[in-house]
Design a protein around this ligand. Sequence first.
Ligand SMILES: NC(=O)c1ccc[n+]([C@@H]2O[C@H](COP(=O)([O-])OP(=O)(O)OC[C@H]3O[C@@H](n4cnc5c(N)ncnc54)[C@H](O)[C@@H]3O)[C@@H](O)[C@H]2O)c1
Length: 334
Amino acid sequence: MTARRFLVTGGAGYLGAHVALDLLVAGHDVVVVDDFSTGHLQACRRVEELAGRPCTVIRADIADSERMRVALDGVDAVLHFAASKLVPESMDAPERYFHNNVGGMTALLASMQAAGVRRIVYSSSAAVYGQQPAGLIPETAPLAPTSPYGLTKVHGEQMLGWMAERRGWSAVSLRYFNPVGAHASGRIGQPPGDAASLVPRVLQAVANPPAHIEVFGTDYPTEDGTCLRDYIHVSDLSRAHVVALGALDAPGHRVFNVGTGRAHSVREVLKACERVTGRRVPYVDAPRRAGDIPVAVADPAHFRQALGFEASRSLDDMVASAWRWTSEHPRGYA
Ligand SMILES: NC(=O)c1ccc[n+]([C@@H]2O[C@H](COP(=O)([O-])OP(=O)(O)OC[C@H]3O[C@@H](n4cnc5c(N)ncnc54)[C@H](O)[C@@H]3O)[C@@H](O)[C@H]2O)c1
C-alpha cells in the first residue's frame, strides 16, 4: 500500500493504539481523534515513540462535526474504534450506549459524507451473534445480540450497509472475538481499569496477591464445564485492519470474523497463565453469571478465503505479552 492518511477514532484506546502504531510503522500518516473517556494520551505518546514518528492527536468527541471536519481533512479512510464497550455497563445504562455508539457513529458518518471520505473499517464484535447453536460461528449466522452493546454493533454494521448501498461507500466491518495481549515492546497494552476480560483479570490477580478471581460457571456442557472462547492476539487483530484496508477499493460493505477458530476454556486460560507466569493462579469456582454464553468461537474461513487473513499467535503468546505489559505497568499508563 502506498503511504496514505488514516483517521483512527478511539486511537488512544487499547485496540486503536495498536493499529495506529502499525499504520505509522508502515509509513502512513495517522490522525487520532479521541475524547479520552477511557483512552490515554500517554498511549498516543508511546505509539509515536515506538514508531519514531509523530501522529496528529485531536481531543474531540466523534459527534463534534466542527472538529471532525478538521480531523477528516485529507484523510483516505477511517478506522472507527471509538465506542463504549462494556456489556454489563450497557445492561445498566442502555441509553448511554445508544447515545455514544449509535448516535456518535451516525454523526461520524455524516461528517465523513460531508468531507467526501467514503472508506471505513469498523470495530464490530462477536456480541452481534448472541447465543448460537454449537460449532464455529460463520458471518452468515443470524444476528441475535443479548445486550444493548451488541445491538449498537448491529446498528453500526447496518448503517454501513446502507451507506455502501445508497452512497457508494466502501466499508468493512470486523467482528472481533476476544482480543488479548499487548504489543511486543511491552509499552502499550490494556490498562488494568479496563480489565473486564478474563486474561487481564487473571494476570491482575496473579500480580496482586491475595487477590483472586472467580470462575463463573463450572457446569456448562463443555469438556471441563467452563465457557469456551476464541482469543486473538491484539497484534494479529491489528494486522487484520491493515488487510481490511487493502479491501476498500470497490464499493460495498463486507463483514469478517476476526478470530482464530480455536476454542479455549476458562480453565485452559488459567493453566496458560500459570505456565507463562510460573505462579499459581488464585481462583474460586462460582455459579454461572447471568447472560454468559457457553461457547463463542469464530469460523475464520471467510476472512482467510476472501483476503488471506490468518491469525498466527498462540494463547501462550497472548498471555506472555499481556504478562510482560502487566508486570511492567502495574498501574497501566498512570
Ligand atoms: N476490546 C475488546 O474486547 C473488544 C471486542 C470486540 C469489539 N471491540 C470494539 O473495539 C473498539 C475498541 O475497543 P477497545 O478495547 O480499544 O476500547 P477502549 O475503551 O480501550 O477504546 C475506545 C476509545 O474510544 C474513545 N472514545 C469513546 N467514545 C468516544 C467518542 N464519543 N468520541 C471520541 N472518542 C471516544 C475512548 O476514549 C477510548 O480511547 C470498540 O468499538 C469496541 O466496541 C472491542
